[in-house]
Design a protein around this ligand. Structure first.
Ligand code: ARG
Length: 591
């Protein structure tokens, strides 16, 4: 049997062709709008008839009937078709087709073919994590790292060429005070032990010693000027700060499974901001305002010069220094020119929304004026991390929680749970499981919620074996592995799967149908840049699997039934493992 990898795409094309064959007026304008359907109605649904018929004052049901009649015979062999309501067309895969589809989708590579999204073949730069150097990553940096990595994996799986760029905050006025503190009070042992801790201490000491108006502050300013003018000693110090910071960040990234292609921090753009000043001035976009170079957007209520509290985009400060806006403008140009980016995604919390709105408005005008090709621009925002009381997550003493401490605690808590459940495993095994479960729980709790909401942090919920959690899904995976161990079989063994007969029981059919929706779920998550769509799908899949597992015994004597049930187990396993992998989690074969 011929198996199509991209079912939605095929339906879309076939319906468009049918509109022409059926002789519908203005057939080229007909958009079928095929979507995954509510499972009660079928597998897919074409929603486009209504809008098309309405706009042309036609009867939508008649249009749907004409379309149905014009569909090729092969499509009728693939689907059961019905017209519902005023003109929705429902498509339900025939069980034999479903079986063939499952048999053909025996690897992540094959699943990936059906998931190709609108951005397939394009280059997308993703700017995420992007912490400031010489400072600890705290819990606020968790979301950018976790969401950004999931987005990278989703974009890559759906066909994009992804460039992972860590846009470090490695330049700015804080380095004057840090160098001031470093030169006076550095403790080399502490620096070797825990470099970021020591740098934070030195910055604080430098900051305390340089109050507003003091001669000490003037000294710290001179340190900054020296650094900016490329003084070798200052520069060497600054480089050291960047190196040790990146080394410490990498320890966190390793635990989260993150590898950047580039760490092009703000400092990388030092020699690239002059072009920004020049071009924005010569195109008339930027203007002088009290010595600073600024851009107003008069069409925008808040960024217009007539706004109640004018808030222009500050391209160059009055003292001539560059800032966040200048580097971000230079960064976008570099990504467009050097990486030939078709899309740029920047992942930060929602509080930076105004900045990126102004940045994107400015880029649109600037690139249009210079005839540069403008990449698709996305500011991917997320809410705050809060405790269950809705307040910002803090330590008991009221400090921000360091990311390292948070991941350590996740592993400790997971270790306690694993030890209680599996006292017979060796400590090494329990530690390894706890690493995967603990860090995975933190990642998954973030990714399973709509990123626009606050991330309500609850150890008990995220580590629970029930509900939409990492432990629940990881446990489902481990249980499927144990079925294969018990059967003495390997998942996705071709001979077994070829012997499978058509699915019969309601729970087999429901599970098989859900499995065939994986490519759509990934594409949706990739195109909307919202990983929670995939997470929700995985949770529902695990639920359908568990109903199947309760209703239908897998290891029965009848070889054909056993084969088709093992096929369902193997595909559920493949999808749960691939899906969690796309969210950045590691998985286990035992738990
Ligand atoms: N360093 C910034 C911060 O910690 C985030 C940078 C995001 N990326 C960007 N291109 N502005 O808030």
């Amino acid at each position: 049997m011929h198996v199509t990898f991209n079912l939605l795409e095929e339906l879309e094309q076939t319906l468009k062709a049918a509109a022409a064959t059926a002789g519908l007026a203005d057939a080229a304008a007909f958009a079928p709008e095929v979507r995954t359907a509510d499972p009660r109605h079928g597998d897919f649904q074409a929603n486009g008839v209504l809008a098309y018929a309405k706009a042309r004052k036609m009867n939508p049901r008649q249009v749907a009937e004409k379309l149905m009649a014009a569909l090729p015979a092969t499509l009728r062999e693939t689907y059961d078709l019905t017209i519902a309501g005023p003109g929705f067309i429902n498509f339900t895969l025939k069980p034999a087709v479903l079986l063939a589809w499952l048999q053909a989708h025996d690897s992540a590579e094959h699943l990936r073919k059906g998931a190709a999204a609108a951005h397939a073949g394009q280059t997308w730069v993703v700017d995420y994590s992007s912490p400031n150097t010489a400072k600890q990553m705290h819990v606020g940096h968790l979301r950018s790292a976790v969401i950004g990595e999931a987005i990278c994996r989703l974009l890559a799986f759906t066909g994009a060429n992804v460039v992972r760029d860590n846009h470090l905050g490695d330049w700015g006025t804080q380095f004057g005070k840090l160098i001031y503190g470093y030169k006076r009070w550095v403790n080399p042992e502490a620096l070797a032990q825990d470099p970021i801790e020591e740098l934070e201490r030195l910055y604080k000491a430098g900051n305390n010693a340089t109050p507003e108006g003091s001669p000490e502050l003037e000294e710290a300013r001179q340190e900054l000027v020296k650094l900016q003018n490329g003084d070798p000693e200052s520069y060497a110090l600054w480089q050291k700060f960047s190196e040790v910071s990146l080394g410490a960040f990498q320890q966190i990234y390793d635990r989260l499974g993150i590898r950047f292609d580039h760490n092009l921090g703000e400092s990388f753009y030092n020699d690239k901001v002059d072009r920004v000043y020049r071009e924005l001035t010569e195109t008339g976009l930027a203007e002088n305002s009290e010595g600073a170079l600024v851009v107003f957007h008069d069409e925008h209520p808040r960024f217009s010069r007539n706004a109640e509290r004018p808030n222009p985009f500050m391209v160059r400060k009055a003292d001539g220094a560059s800032g966040y806006a200048s580097t971000d403008l230079a960064t976008a140009l570099y990504r467009a020119e050097h990486f030939k980016a078709d899309g740029i995604v920047i992942v930060t919390d929602f509080r930076q929304s105004d900045h990126f709105e102004q940045l994107f408005l400015t880029l649109k005008k600037w690139f249009a004026a210079k005839h540069y090709r403008l990449p698709e621009l996305h500011h991917v925002t997320f809410g705050a991390v809060t405790g269950e009381d809705g307040k910002a997550l803090k330590t008991r003493s009221g400090d921000v929680i360091k990311l390292k401490a948070l991941l350590d605690e996740a592993e400790e808590r997971a270790f306690a749970i694993v030890s209680e459940k599996n006292p017979e495993l060796s400590e090494t095994e329990r530690r390894e499981i706890a690493r995967v479960v603990g860090v995975g729980a933190v990642q998954y709790a973030d990714l399973s919620q709509n990123r626009s909401s606050n991330y309500v942090f609850s150890w008990d919920k995220m580590l629970s074996l029930e509900g939409n959690t990492a432990p629940y899904l990881l446990y489902a995976i481990a249980r499927i592995h144990s079925i294969f161990r018990k059967a003495g079989a390997t998942p996705a063994a071709p001979e077994t799967e070829a012997a499978a007969t058509v699915f019969e029981t309601p729970t087999e059919l429901t599970l098989a149908r859900k499995i065939a929706k994986f490519p759509d779920a990934v594409r949706l998550a990739g195109e909307t840049l919202r990983p929670h769509y995939l997470s929700l799908y995985l949770f529902e899949l695990a639920g359908d699997y568990s109903s199947f597992n309760n209703a239908d015994k897998v290891l029965v004597d009848d070889p054909a039934v056993r084969a088709r049930r093992l096929l369902l187990c193997a595909r559920t396993l493949l999808i749960l493992e691939s899906g969690l992998g796309l969210l950045g989690l590691r998985t286990l074969t035992r738990m």
